[in-house]
Design a protein around this ligand. Sequence first.
Ligand code: NAP
Length: 251
Amino acid sequence: MSADKKTLLVTGGSRGIGAAICRQASEAGYRVAVNYVSNQAAADALVDELKAADGDAFAVKGDVGNEADVIAIFEAVDRASGRLDAFVNNAGIVDVKARVDEMSAERLERMMRINVVGSFLCAREAVKRMSTRHGGKGGAIVNISSAAARLGSPGEYVDYAASKGAIDTLTIGLAREVALEGVRVNAVSPGITETEIHASGGQPDRVARMQELLPMKRAGTADEVASAVLYLLSDAASYITGAILNVSGGR
Ligand code: NAP
């Protein structure tokens, strides 16, 4: 254990945007806790990669949509590191393309459980550890929202867009709630970003199909999103809280 290193936990840190955040954070000197839910090989490969580059990282399995798992994830970080300085609420899902008039209650409950309830529960556990009200030393939280919160994602996944609207509101409200407790809370709101999430929603060609419609005629990269996250976590952003930073290439 290196108690001198700042510790960052990233939910869904094993792939896509989360993995880019973990890589940049490791480079910046954080000890990184890489959460994942099922793909242990990807999490282990990332941890090995970070360690090979002289980083300090460990993987933590757990479903953010399950309260017992959320508690266990944070307790695992407590045991491994003894401190939590930064937290990124990154884990999130999309579902297959559907109109609202086709959505089942099961689909909606899963979407809100993972993207909204999961983010709230994780924020709760992070605040309990960081807030001076709870004896903590302060810290920074970044929530990963989406341009979908502004665009609504009609004909594709309005449920997902609404779940990200809730993330924006969580960001604003929690930021004000803990502003005097040493904790800053911000959001990064990516536009279409090249990751495997599109394939997981049954649209592996989504980036290629949409890029002509984007102002920069290209999707963003996970690294471009991660740079904004690392900035908001850093002391350079010490007077920024409750902000929602679009990383969406003008969309
Ligand atoms: P991704 O490539 O699909 O990666 C998802 C990551 O989240 C994986 O590490 C996965 O773990 C983990 N995960 C999924 N469900 C989880 C759960 N219930 N509990 C814990 N971890 C879970 O996704 P991404 O594109 O990087 O997206 C990351 C965030 O950015 C999401 O919040 C997403 O909504 C947001 N975002 C993405 C885009 C985009 O275009 N890519 C745009 C705007 C916003 P396993 O490997 O174990 O499955």
